[in-house]
Design a protein around this ligand. Sequence first.
Ligand code: SF4
Length: 348
Amino acid sequence: MSKFIDFNQSVYPFPTKPKILNPNEIAFYYKHIQSLLNKKNAVIVAHYYTSPEIQILAEKTGGCVADSLEMARFGASHPAITLIVAGVKFMGETAKILSPKKNILMPTLESQCSLDINCPEKDFIQFCNENIDRTVVVYANTSAAVKARSDWVITSSIAVDLIKYLKNLGQKIIWAPDRHLGNYIQEKTAADILCWKGTCIVHDEFKSQSLKMMKKMYPDAAVLVHPESPKDIIDIADVVGSTSQLIKAAKILPNKSIIVATDKRIFYKMQLVVPEKSLYIAPTGGAGAVCRACAHCPWMTMNSLHGILDALENGKNHQIQLNEDLIEKALIPLKRMLMFADTLKCNN
Ligand code: SF4
């Protein structure tokens, strides 16, 4: 039994992309942002899917570029009083929940996520209440309100480990919102999982027929796949993992060519790690294609240097605000995730 969302009812108001900057404009923004970061005791926490200009700036100014788990960890432990979260809205909310006293700013508050959009609080709570005997595990890509209704929040890097752990405790699971990740975890663990039916509009676009043709063109290439991708893509993968795990795999694998099924902005960091290797994005075109995202998240694209500067200059229009009650409730499953991740780290 599964919960279906009517995707025809889903509205994706795809945003316009920020303008491409020339080197002088980039230098202008870097100079002003750097000075304001110092003045306001602020640091940038950026996701791998943001633009190379933002990733470079984050690292250059003592911030971090990471997956959502590491972003959460870094932001919570950093002494800065203001965090600039370059990513999508749920990442800003997670930072606020973990650091309620900090000022959490985002380059834009409009950057959404299809998984979050397609898991509305009211429907989700009803779904949980109809299946009260199940432990509620939600992916990090959810709103603060959905997190507050859950028992556990989890990221893709440790999702399989957590579900194995819960299965061994004899628990039945509600998983939300990504159905591909849910199916992947179910296959890996054989746990009893009731799955919400959301998808990531970026990963859902990868096409297995075209990927098989690409494999014929590059027979020695390894295929790295994010588990938000459809099963027929995962079945072709040499490695399935979170963004951090895929970057690590690119380094460890002996293959000189690598085909990657995730947002193509990961290539900036991956290519730095393996400068000698050829990286190719997995195809989103071909048979049955109706590509809307083409391997790049339209909401991640909304993060811009201009947005970061504006956030530092006019904080209020960029500020994440959550009420205390919600923070208190959502903090419980988030803390469980961080403690579980720490335990895993110690055991490995
Ligand atoms: S890439 Fe997919 S999962 Fe990630 S923020 Fe964009 S829509 Fe959400």
